[in-house]
Design a protein around this ligand. Structure first.
Ligand SMILES: Nc1ncnc2c1ncn2[C@@H]1O[C@H](COP(=O)(O)OP(=O)(O)OP(=O)(O)O)[C@@H](O)[C@H]1O
Ligand SMILES: [Mg+2]
Length: 159
């Protein structure tokens, strides 16, 4: 699914629409957030974490690597691998201990092995003053979700 995001609010709206099609139980799901510096990865992550019920700050996990959010009915791990240079470092991150939550990963290209077990990929790219978004399902459940998201956004456009 592709769409143009004219401004920051449009990126946040995409996150809200994505939240609306998410199942109640997202333990063990992984969404890869790709795009160059300033593409809007954190903007999307912040809006999604807020949509999931968090109403405080959403600090960047650049230095902590993982910021956990224990929300009613759902755990979220906001992960930023920007500073990870070696996939081995993921062992220190305790990746396998994060299976009880929804993993939102910025800079996943730092750990190519991750894509193999991920469900979804959102790629953000500069496009004029705004951004171009490409949402892709990587697993069966991920593909079904992206289809649902595309349908929901088509319906919104017609309203
Ligand atoms: N669709 C959009 N159109 C225009 N500007 C946007 C859009 N989405 C986000 N931005 C703006 O782009 C800037 C960078 O956003 P953000 O910090 O989310 O990027 P990032 O991909 O996380 O960057 P980094 O890789 O440096 O962490 C912010 O000022 C944000 O408001
Ligand atoms: Mg960021």
């Amino acid at each position: 699914m592709r769409c143009h995001l004219a401004d920051e609010q449009a990126t946040a709206r995409l996150a809200n629409d994505f939240y609306a099609v998410l199942p109640a139980d997202t333990a063990g799901w992984t969404l890869l957030l790709e795009g160059e510096l300033g593409a809007g990865k954190s903007t999307f992550a912040r809006a999604l974490i807020r949509a999931m019920g968090h109403d405080g700050a959403v600090p960047s996990p650049t230095y902590t690597l993982v910021e956990p959010y224990d929300l009613p009915g759902r755990v979220i791990y906001h992960i930023d691998l920007y500073r990870v240079s070696d996939e081995e470092e993921l062992r220190y991150l305790g990746w396998t201990e994060l299976e009880d939550g929804f993993r939102l990963v910025e800079w996943p290209d730092r750990a190519p092995g991750l894509a193999a077990s991920a469900d979804l990929r959102l790629e953000l790219a500069y496009d004029g003053q705004g951004r171009e978004a490409r949402f892709e399902g990587l697993s069966g459940r991920g593909r079904a979700l992206v289809e649902e998201l595309a349908t929901q956004r088509d319906t919104e456009l017609q309203d």
